[in-house]
Write a protein that binds this ligand. Structure first.
Ligand code: ADP
Ligand code: ZN
Length: 617
């Protein structure tokens, strides 16, 4: 994203707004006024008569509605001639006055029709046209009304990429997942012969600056194939149909260069779920999106064209984009952890001279929450500081100062957590994990992390299912509920207050409780009945009230039952975590130090903490 300097320079406002037209119109009116009466002074008729009597009027032209003429004016000792105009009043005396003062006067016939016509119609049209042309010149070469739909013969390809996987660090899981794609692009014939199935579309999901664009380029670089780069927002143009034409163009160009990669940045800009906008949809975006879907469906992936796209809001995407045969493979590009950050720093430090004493591990430890782009920025900033201080190499003090500067900026932009938030997140996640380790029917915890993942979550606790589950028992569901509530209860116990961070957990918990009551017949009070037909409509947000097959009263009872289940679980978790408060505190402390605790480590830590609390007793 950062390299496209050339593009940025030519960036234009993307859309005509009504204001452009209003401003242009106002401009014409002023212009017209000026053309019709240049530098004229308006005087009232009475003033005009006085001026005539004072002998200041030199000459005048009288027509049906106005009197214009030349006027002598004295101002601070200098005299000069000005042109004046006044509205004509029926005044038989005027000619007499003019005669008596010896003013030269003449009548005038109506100004010829073509003059009026020219100034008020032809001229503005010409000017409008000139501006129109000017605007389109800037939009792109050789564009005119006739050709701009054809995306002006623009080539999207960037062939001379020398980005490789060595330039991408700290996101090894994502790299691994893309390895197969590289193999395929290198030798498509081999895959074809084996009948292997290759994904058409790969969606890279991750926060801004985590290196999604870089990763896509590296895949192209590693495979040695052309890279077609386009941003989703570029597709959404001011005229309906242009975006769709561009998509068509892009794919036909890619087709000729296969094997290759098409990369669409900011996919959410054009792939937002259709029909959710309050204005009733966005025609242009929809058309473009439809065209993209058509092209993706029509593409034979065996040809060797892989479509990669990046987004940081996968939940906003139109579900149609994620169907099989489209972006059916998702690769999560996480924020780097401690080791990852060190590795990324190593990549970027290559072009900078650093002092020997600089400890990149320490720098990485000081920058939790930084993404790749922030770290690249950090190295750059430190180098600039060193240059300003006339140093030969970048030292630790420059890094520290650069971190301070970036930290304030990033915290303002809400990309980093402050200390208090970190504490809350650490205890919240520890709460989830501790409950998961304590209840009998939970999957083992694989990882606790307080590095934000995706967009919504500030931290996360990963459980590894021991087997694929199709059936769950009531006690298993209750345990799952307890784990979900663990985060919030931990916050309550430790800080005696609760934050907004648990909202998603609560939603999920409520969902489970509802399912238990309404569909699985797992509530004692409501009995073994299912209140919901299996097939629920998949509308976004479920705006339409699904037809209910039970009475108001039953609905109320269901709600009460759901609440009871949740309340009971709350009580259970609260008891559990209060008993293990010491362990919870220990876990959170360790998590804050390490940011990430993996499964094995967690086991050991728990054993140690157990022992420690036993001894205290
Ligand atoms: P995104 O597309 O996810 O917003 P970019 O790929 O545009 O992020 O990253 C911007 C810049 O940040 C890259 O050009 C690179 O210099 C740096 N960067 C980001 N992630 C990494 C990484 N994992 N390893 C090395 N450099 C990175
Ligand atoms: Zn949570």
């Amino acid at each position: 994203m950062l390299e496209n300097f050339k593009k940025i320079q030519f960036k234009m406002p993307k859309k005509f707004s009504i204001w452009h037209i209003v401003i242009a119109f106002g401009f014409f009116i002023l212009l017209q006024m000026y053309l019709m009466n240049p530098g004229m002074r308006n005087v009232s008729y009475s003033d005009f008569k006085r001026l005539v009597k004072d002998g200041m009027v030199l000459e005048c032209h009288i027509n049906r509605s106005t009197v214009r003429g030349k006027l002598r004016e004295t101002e601070r000792g200098t005299t000069r001639n000005t042109i004046f105009v006044t509205a004509r009043v029926e005044d038989p005396e005027l000619i007499k006055d003019l005669e008596s003062m010896g003013v030269k006067y003449e009548g005038q016939y109506e100004s010829p029709w073509f003059k009026t016509f020219f100034f008020s119609w032809v001229m503005p049209l010409i000017i409008l046209f000139v501006i129109w042309r000017f605007v389109f010149k800037r939009y792109g070469p050789a564009s005119s009304i006739m050709t701009f739909g054809k995306s002006r013969g623009r080539m999207y390809v960037q062939e001379d990429l020398n980005v490789t996987f060595d330039d991408v660090a700290g996101i090894d899981e994502a790299k691994e997942e893309l390895q197969e794609i590289i193999e395929f692009l290198k030798t498509p014939e081999k895959f074809r012969a084996l009948g292997g199935k290759i994904p058409k579309g790969v969606l890279l999901v991750g926060a801004p600056g985590t290196g999604k664009t870089l990763l896509a380029k590296a895949v192209a670089g590693e495979a040695g194939v052309p890279f077609f780069n386009m941003s989703g927002s570029e597709f959404v143009e001011m005229f309906v149909g242009v975006g769709a034409a561009r998509v068509r163009d892009l794919f036909s160009q890619a087709d000729q260069k296969a094997p290759c990669i098409i990369f669409i940045d900011e996919l959410d800009a054009l792939g937002k779920a259709r029909g959710v906008s309050p204005m009733g949809g966005h025609d242009e975006r929809e058309q473009t999106l439809n065209q993209l879907l058509v092209e993706m469906d029509g593409f034979d992936s065996n040809k060797g064209v892989i479509i990669m796209a990046a987004t940081n809001r996968p939940e906003m995407l139109d579900p149609a984009l994620l169907r099989p045969g489209r972006f059916d493979r998702q690769v999560v590009v996480d924020r780097p952890d401690l080791h990852g950050r060190e590795a990324i720093l190593k990549v970027h430090i290559k072009e900078v001279k650093v002092e020997k004493e600089v400890d990149l591990h320490a720098v990485a430890a000081m920058t939790p929450g930084f993404v790749g782009a922030d770290l690249a920025n950090l190295v750059n900033e430190a180098a600039l500081l060193a240059a300003r201080r006339n140093k030969k190499a970048v030292g630790m003090s420059e890094f520290e100062e650069a971190i301070d500067r970036l930290l304030t900026g990033l915290e303002k932009k809400k990309r980093l957590m402050n200390k208090k938030e970190k504490e809350i997140v650490a205890h919240h996640e520890s709460g989830h994990a501790l409950v998961a380790c304590s209840v009998p029917h939970a999957d083992p915890v694989r990882k606790i992390s307080m590095i934000p993942r995706g967009i919504g979550a500030l931290g996360y606790t990963l459980q590894k299912p021991t087997e694929d589950r199709y059936l769950m028992t009531r006690s298993e569901l209750l345990d799952r509920l307890a784990i979900l509530l663990g985060g919030r209860v931990a916050e309550e116990i430790i800080f005696n207050e609760i934050s907004t961070g648990a909202q998603n957990d609560l939603e999920k918990a409520t969902e489970i409780a509802k399912l238990m009551v309404k569909e699985y017949g797992m509530s004692e009070r409501m009995g073994v009945v299912t209140f919901e037909q299996g097939d629920r409509p998949l509308f976004l947000g479920g705006g339409f009230a699904a037809s209910r097959e039970y009475s108001e009263e039953t609905a109320r009872e269901i709600d009460l039952e759901v609440k009871r289940i949740i309340d009971e679980s709350f009580g259970r978790v609260k008891k559990l975590l209060t008993e293990k408060k010491e362990i919870l505190l220990g876990m959170a402390k360790q998590l804050m130090e390490q940011e990430v605790i993996e499964g094995e480590e967690l086991k050991k830590l728990l054993e140690e903490l157990h022992k420690a609390t036993e001894e205290k007793k």
